[in-house]
Write a protein that binds this ligand. Sequence first.
Ligand code: LR7
Ligand code: MN
Length: 569
Amino acid sequence: MLIRCFRLKRIYCKVLLLLTVLATVCLLLYLRSKLPNSPVPSRLVSKENYPFEQKLLAWESKIIKGLGDEGEPAFLDGEDAIEGEKALKKYALNTVLSDRMPLDRKLRDPRNRKCKDLKYSPTIKASVIVIFYNELMSVILRTVWSVILQTPSHLLQEIILVDDCSTDENLKGLLDHYIATRLQNYNINVIRLKHRLGLIRARLQGAREATGDVLIFLDAHCEATKDWIEPLLSRIEEDHTAVLVPIIDVIEANNMGYSTNGDSSFQVGGFSWSGHFTWIDIQDENDKNKVTPIKSPTMAGGLFAINRNFFWDIGSYDEQMDGWGGENLEMSFRIWQCGGRLETVPCSRVGHIFRDFHPYSFPDDKDTHGINTARLAHVWMDDYKRLFFMHQPALENNPIVGDLTHRKQLRQKLRCQTFKWYLDNVYPEKFVPDENVSAYGQARTEFDMCLDDLQLPDDKVGPLGLYQCHQFLAVSQYFSLSRRGELRKENFCAEVFNKRDVQLTECHGHKREQYWILYKNGTVYNPATRKCLSSDGVEMGKGVKVERCRGGVFQRWVFTHVNATALPG
Ligand code: LR7
Ligand code: MN
């Protein structure tokens, strides 16, 4: 054709050649891409993953630009809204909404103004470890994107995703394909566990693979915000024994709104004697507006940063802990008792989706939280474990708790402090129901009726009740009269309402309606109302009240343990 071309007039020849070349290029381009509008370099799409690519494209085409920007709550219309409601009931998360929301949405900077003036220049790198079991893919990926977008690349060694043997098929090939095609420029490592190990051992697997100076663990439904990592790394560089928690903000499970507690007030971690993590308001007025790290007695467990070598030196995790729960208190007590510190870093903020229930089930339906907590009570709490086992008597001498030799050896090897040391030095505000009190135990009337919390849930206010005394020591009938004159159980105090009713409400420490005097004769007197605690006319299962003091059987209360010298006559 070329030779013939030369024979034709030169101009026709050139045009013809050009057209042929153009057509060939077009054809080649079309054939190579096969996938119109794909954001993905075609070399990454093969015959095998072509279906994944199509699925991702279909999904991506439905993402609504700007939805949830700045962390604003988002809403869908029509059918999507209805489906979203259903999803919320099933997964404790509006999965429909999450799937429509950009994975790289921009959040506003939630930090206290003063944080913005602080300069940090850490020189160490973090491995971010995210474990998941059957989490929604868009939620996992939003976690990953937020880390990538909010972390300067010189501070990020790698992101490690640990799949705790999920059964959701989307989290296999499709997730791998997303990472290979949309995140190929980042160092992301996916570890697939062959069996479900539970979140504690899954984290351990991630930690074993990590190579960064610092490990940062995140739940698989988090979003990091501006400059979140710098204050964490700087603090660890300064003190390698500091284990750090960011402020954990709430991402609403129904509308994905990022909500903060206001930019200055925040909470640190505590615990209840039943072995649960609790949030506690900061006690020290000076600490409330601080932007420097603040000591925290415990941590929630899902989001924290720790020097990698220190993580191993201080005993990583109790590998015999199964499933979910307890590992956070175990680690908190251990860190403090064995020479580290736990701190909340107010200038680092990460959102977490708080779900109303676990969308996954546990193998064998075991109470892993209870069992794990029994393990930590035996190892770390010395005699104070009595207070935990009062809540879980069935676990006290139960072989299900497993062998503790290694953890006890660890405690010896590290020459750790006692639990009393921890309470005195780290958490002096913690109320110990049978120490430094003037009376505790059952408070009994002459008719074999006892004060009873009537199974009031932890987060509710309800009547201080009366119920038949149990033969054994049950937590529901365990009350203390504190040295400050509170009639209390854990953080709930008996308070007089309307000069008559007695309710259990959060202890506030301002005395008044929460102030009681127990006299040697068994009278429980409330000076604010000048009335006495009475069981007169109270039916079993109903609330006691205060009445004019007149002595007699209905106004006499006998506590199991009384420190008589501490009582007025
Ligand atoms: O078998 C499982 N395998 C897993 O990999 C069960 C769960 N998981 C994953 C799961 O996908 C998630 O990424 O483990 C992570 C934590 O599970 P969640 O999100 O269901 O737990 P949670 O947020 O309700 O619970 C808190 O307490 C747990 C106790 O074991 C863990 O320490 C969680 O990390 C912890 N979460 C937080 O601290 C976030 C702040 C919430 C609070 C308070
Ligand atoms: Mn979580």
